[in-house]
Write a protein that binds this ligand. Structure first.
Ligand SMILES: Nc1nc2c(ncn2[C@@H]2O[C@H](COP(=O)(O)OP(=O)(O)OP(=O)(O)O)[C@@H](O)[C@H]2O)c(=O)[nH]1
Ligand SMILES: [Mg+2]
Length: 356
């Protein structure tokens, strides 16, 4: 799962990513895209690690790109933004980081601290880059459809679709609002439209605004997760060990870490859940699409498991907590033998039986 953190200049993208991934903050003004791996915090995982004491633990992770801030106030900035945007067309999700914090040492973009205005500007610019791509595609297809090639029927269908997308963008709607079927989605997948991707809105608040709520209902629909955190405090927290961290969080009144909010919002926007495996001395969490079946889950781990799938021995963490051991679970039939069409549930602990 690949995620890009995008935002206007100096909204705190690098600071929050450093806090989430223990990476160092790139020098201000850095113009390259940096990559960081963010582990997904999971209480169930921690409990199981404590219970099984495996030799190795592997959290689910989110692959994050820290994209240098955009500056749309002049031509040079616009061109730089365009280049960066073209490099992130393959990501699965966009996290739009907007600034709410005051900091006299960091002059705000366009001299305003206004998360709603920043979000609107970002979204408009993303729409404009998609519009450009649609326009180029339409121009090419309009020439192409007159040629009697093998792909003519397909080209015609795509041209009609691109025109529909163009209309959506011109009425300031994201491409995602105009794509109705899987077939349409497939037709344009390789183009990497940004406004086809799910988004999360992340508001970086000041140290004294931790309780502040934000409502962008006039811009985005309720299915879009909105999270808030103070990147600077989170970065300080990340330097502390478990106990002092918990204390510091209580003192500040932070009830949920940015790491947890970040992971949950990405999972929710991408419609993901996790299943867990305990095998060969390794405890591991695996992200998977909600609604995926056991056979797909097996394939996540290894193609051999999918090819030679026999069954998925599955139990739930709650049952294990209640009954105390796998043996006790087995005795009362709480280790289920699921077939390849079983719909994996969030937090399932699965042992795949296979034969190749
Ligand atoms: N007071 C305060 N300052 C912050 C906060 N988050 C970031 N800053 C400061 O804002 C400046 C920019 O932070 P970065 O994390 O580099 O922001 P960025 O979005 O990566 O910046 P660009 O990549 O240049 O767009 C730094 O000086 C940070 O210390 C915050 O939550 N509170
Ligand atoms: Mg940065």
């Amino acid at each position: 799962m690949k995620v890009a953190l995008l935002g206007l200049l100096q909204s705190g993208k690098s600071t929050i990513l450093a806090a989430l991934s223990s990476k160092t903050i790139p020098a201000p003004g850095s113009t390259s895209i940096e990559e960081a791996i963010v582990p997904v915090p999971d209480e169930r995982f921690d409990w199981l690690a404590e219970y099984y004491k495996p030799k190795k633990t592997t959290h689910a992770t989110i692959d994050c790109l820290d994209v240098p801030g955009f500056n749309f106030t002049d031509e040079h900035g616009r061109a730089a933004a365009r280049r960066l945007i073209n490099k992130i067309r393959t990501v699965d999700l966009l996290v739009l980081v907007v600034r709410a914090f005051e900091n006299p040492a960091v002059p705000p973009y366009r001299n305003r601290i206004n998360p709603a205005a920043d979000l609107a500007e970002l979204r408009t610019e993303l729409l404009l880059t998609d519009l450009e791509l649609v326009a180029t595609r339409i121009e090419n297809l309009e020439k192409q459809v007159h040629k009697p090639t093998k792909t003519q029927a397909h080209d015609k269908a795509e041209l009609a679709l691109q025109k529909k997308l163009q209309q959506a963008i011109e009425s300031e709607k994201p491409i995602s609002s105009a794509v109705e079927t899987q077939a349409e989605r497939k037709m344009i997948k390789s183009l990497g439209f940004l406004t086809l991707k799910p988004i999360v809105v992340a508001v970086n608040v000041g140290e004294d605004q931790l309780d502040k709520g934000f409502d962008f209902a006039d811009q985005i629909d309720d299915s879009v997760p909105v999270i808030t955190f103070c990147a600077k405090l989170e970065h300080e927290l990340a330097q502390l060990d478990g106990e002092s961290k918990a204390e510091f969080m209580t003192d500040l009144g932070i009830t949920e870490s940015a790491a947890s909010k970040f992971a949950k919002s990405c999972y929710s926007a991408l419609n993901l859940i996790s299943f867990l495996t305990v095998a060969s001395c390794e405890l591991r969490a695996w992200p998977i699409k909600r609604g995926a079946v056991a056979l797909e889950a097996a394939g996540k781990i290894h193609t051999d498991l999918q090819r030679g799938f026999i069954r998925a021995e599955t139990f739930s963490l709650n049952d294990l907590k209640e009954l105390g051991s796998e043996k006790a679970l087995k005795a009362v039939g709480k280790i289920r033998l699921e077939g390849k069409d079983y719909i994996v549930q969030d937090g399932d602990i699965i042992n795949f039986r296979f034969n190749v």
